[in-house]
Design a protein around this ligand. Structure first.
Ligand code: AMP
Ligand code: ZN
Ligand code: FE
Ligand code: FE
Length: 286
C-alpha cells in the first residue's frame, strides 16, 4: 500500500514532512509522496525521514493550473527534484501568491474583516502561504465558524474577497514536468467541474498534451466514483493513482494511507507511474 497525495506544513498541512512520513511508516505503507503546493522544499526532509524509516519517498508537488474548465485543475507532478526546470518556475508562482495574499487581506479589511497579513504569515509559519491560512485567522477571530465557511463566504473562487493568482497553463506544466524527468497526473478529477461526456473529451485532450495519470483512488470518493475514474484512466491510457490528500488537522478525518478508512492504493500504481518517466535528456538539451 502507498499514498501518493499528502501535504505537510511546508504548504498547508499541519505537520512537518518527517511527521507525515512517520504516519506513512506506521500505517505500513511502502511508499509515500509529499505533494505540497507550488514547492519542493519538503523533499529533502521527507526523503531523509523515509530513509530512516525504510520506506520509499517519491518527490512531488501539486500545482493549481490555468485550464479551460469550469472548476479547478490540480496537477500532481512526481519524480521532480529540487532544482529541476519545473522548480525554477515555482519561485515565480510563490511570489505571485505573496501579492495575492496581501490583496485578499486588503479586500477582507474593506469588507469589515479586521485581520492582518502578519497574523496570516505567522499562522503559516515556514510554509507556502495560501487561502487556508487566511481562513484560519478568520476562524480565530470569530468572523466565520470554520474554514469551509470562510471559503463559502469570502475566499472561494468568485466570492467577495477572492483574488486570482498567476498559474501555469496546464500544457506548460505538463511540459515542464516532463523536461524535469517527471510525470504529470490530474488530481481529484471531480474538481474540474465537468460532467461525464465533457470530462471524457477533456481528458482525451490532456492525454494528447502528454498527461500521464489520473487520480482515481481518492480518499473522499466512494467506490462507484473511483471505478468510474479507473475506467476513464484506462480508456485514455492514463496511469491510475491515488492518495489521501492528507493535510493533518486542516482536513480532519483523513489519515495517511487509509484516508477516511477505506482507502488502499496499490503498489503497482507507483510501478506503472515510474515506467512512464521520460528518458532524461540532460546534457542533450539545447
Ligand atoms: P490557495 O492555494 O491559496 O489557492 O488555496 C487552495 C487550498 O485551499 C486548497 O489546497 C484547499 O486545501 C483549500 N480549499 C479550497 N477550497 C476550499 C474549501 N471550499 N474549503 C476548505 N478548503 C478549501
Ligand atoms: Zn492543500
Ligand atoms: Fe488539490
Ligand atoms: Fe492536495
Amino acid at each position: 500500500m502507498i499514498d501518493l497525495h499528502t501535504h505537510s506544513s511546508i504548504s498547508d498541512g499541519t505537520e512537518p514532512p518527517a511527521g507525515v512520513v512517520t504516519h506513512a511508516a506506521a500505517a505500513g505503507l511502502h511508499a509515500i509522496a509529499l505533494t505540497d503546493h507550488d514547492t519542493l522544499e519538503h523533499v529533502a526532509a521527507a526523503r531523509a525521514a523515509a530513509a530512516d524509516l525504510g520506506i520509499e519517498c517519491i518527490p512531488g508537488c501539486e500545482l493549481s493550473c490555468d485550464a479551460d474548465v469550469p472548476g479547478a485543475l490540480h496537477l500532481l507532478a512526481y519524480f521532480v527534484e529540487p532544482g529541476c526546470p519545473l522548480d525554477g518556475q515555482l519561485g515565480a508562482l510563490r511570489a505571485s501568491r505573496e501579492t495575492r495574499n496581501a490583496r485578499m487581506v486588503e479586500r477582507l479589511q474593506e469588507l469589515g474583516v479586521a485581520i492582518d497579513l502578519d497574523e496570516v504569515l505567522a499562522i503559516a509559519g515556514e510554509g507556502v502561504v495560501g487561502r487556508p491560512h487566511i481562513a484560519m485567522v478568520m476562524v480565530e477571530h470569530g468572523y466565520v465558524a470554520d474554514i469551509s465557511d470562510a471559503f463559502r463566504q469570502y475566499l472561494g473562487k468568485g466570492r467577495s474577497a477572492y483574488v486570482e493568482r498567476d498559474r501555469l497553463d496546464v500544457a506548460t506544466a505538463i511540459e515542464l514536468t516532463h523536461a524535469s524527468g517527471g510525470v504529470a497526473v490530474v488530481a481529484h478529477p471531480h474538481s474540474l467541474g465537468l460532467e461525464d461526456a465533457a470530462l471524457d473529451r477533456y481528458l482525451a485532450e490532456l492525454a494528447m498534451a502528454g498527461l500521464d495519470g489520473l487520480e482515481c483512488e481518492y480518499a473522499t470518493y466512494d467506490r462507484a466514483t473511483r471505478d468510474r475514474f479507473l475506467a476513464l484512466a484506462d480508456r485514455h491510457g492514463l496511469v491510475p493513482t491515488g492518495g489521501s490528500d492528507y493535510h493533518g488537522a486542516n482536513k480532519p478525518g483523513l489519515a495517511v494511507g487509509t484516508g477516511a478508512g477505506d482507502l488502499t492504493v496499490p503498489d503497482l500504481f507507483l510501478a506503472a507511474l515510474a515506467a512512464r518517466r521520460p528518458a532524461r535528456s540532460e546534457g542533450s538539451a539545447t
